[in-house]
Ligand binder design. Structure first.
Ligand SMILES: [Zn+2]
Length: 261
């Protein structure tokens, strides 16, 4: 394989490494954002529950105050009944007191119900808070681990970038520009190998660009094998570079015998 082709392959490999590490870092960062969102949601739920509980406590205080007013009235009725000499008034006051007792009992029942509801809300709040604490602690632990991981990945990423820089500085500017233009436009590798399918033809072997899987000419394959000029696939514009499979992650299937370096 020619030097230019070799360098283009190396550039693609370096580019892939850079992308791999960038991808890993992004993946971790996204996972952490997701997790922190979950913890925040749980915390918001807890805060809402506390608000609900406090609202109910205010309601209880209101009910207790209203009860006090009724109790005060009841006391006045009883005092008035003790002091009255009128039989008619005594009967009327007794009726009012009986009615008041029923009212008081009803109010006390309602207050007890509210008490119970407050208790159950309180225990729910505690439960949710415990969940928040557990999840937050887990999040913090994962965050610490991931910080170390990201730092390691960033260090490796910067090495990969240096390698990419080094490889690209050895390439002719036109070849490097072409690589960049294609990389921006396409997903995946832009320096690709060639596939050979001899079962498709009786006479000659048929070659396919590994990028778009359309056929390329034997002349292109030969040129790509020599690797002195940049050879592009006429269909997808990817750069064709031939290399033995065992050396090359980008490379093609088996190298045809007559084309072996
Ligand atoms: Zn192609």
């Amino acid at each position: 394989m020619g030097l230019l082709a070799q360098r283009l392959v190396s550039l693609q490999e370096a580019e892939n490494e850079v992308r791999k590490f960038k991808g890993k870092i992004t993946e971790i960062e996204r996972a952490m954002i997701r997790k922190s969102g979950e913890v925040r949601k749980l915390k918001e739920e807890y805060e809402q529950r506390v608000i609900d509980k406090e609202e109910l406590i205010r309601k209880r205080v209101g009910l207790e105050r209203a009860l006090e007013v009724v109790l005060e009235e009841q006391k006045k009725f009883k005092t008035a009944r003790n002091m009255t000499k009128s039989n008619k008034l005594y009967v009327e006051l007794t009726a009012a007191i009986v009615k008041g007792e029923r009212d008081i009992a009803g109010r006390e029942d309602r207050i007890l119900d509210v008490f119970e509801e407050i208790e159950s809300r309180e225990s729910l709040c505690k439960q949710i808070l415990l969940g928040v604490e557990v999840e937050y602690k887990k999040f913090q632990e994962v965050l610490e681990v991931n910080k170390v991981k990201v730092a390691e990945l960033l260090a490796r990423l910067s090495l990969c970038k240096m390698r990419r820089e080094q490889v690209s500085s050895q390439l002719p500017i036109q070849a490097y520009d072409l690589f960049n233009r294609l990389s921006k436009r396409m997903k995946g590798d832009v320096v690709v190998g060639v596939m050979l399918f001899d079962e498709y033809s009786d006479e000659e072997a048929t070659y396919f660009c590994k990028g778009c899987r359309l056929s390329v000419t034997l002349e292109q394959v030969n040129q790509a094998t020599v690797g002195e000029d940049v050879v592009q696939c006429q269909h997808c514009s990817r750069i064709l570079a031939w290399r033995k499979q065992e050396e090359n992650s980008i490379g093609a299937l088996e190298l045809p015998r007559e084309l072996k370096e």
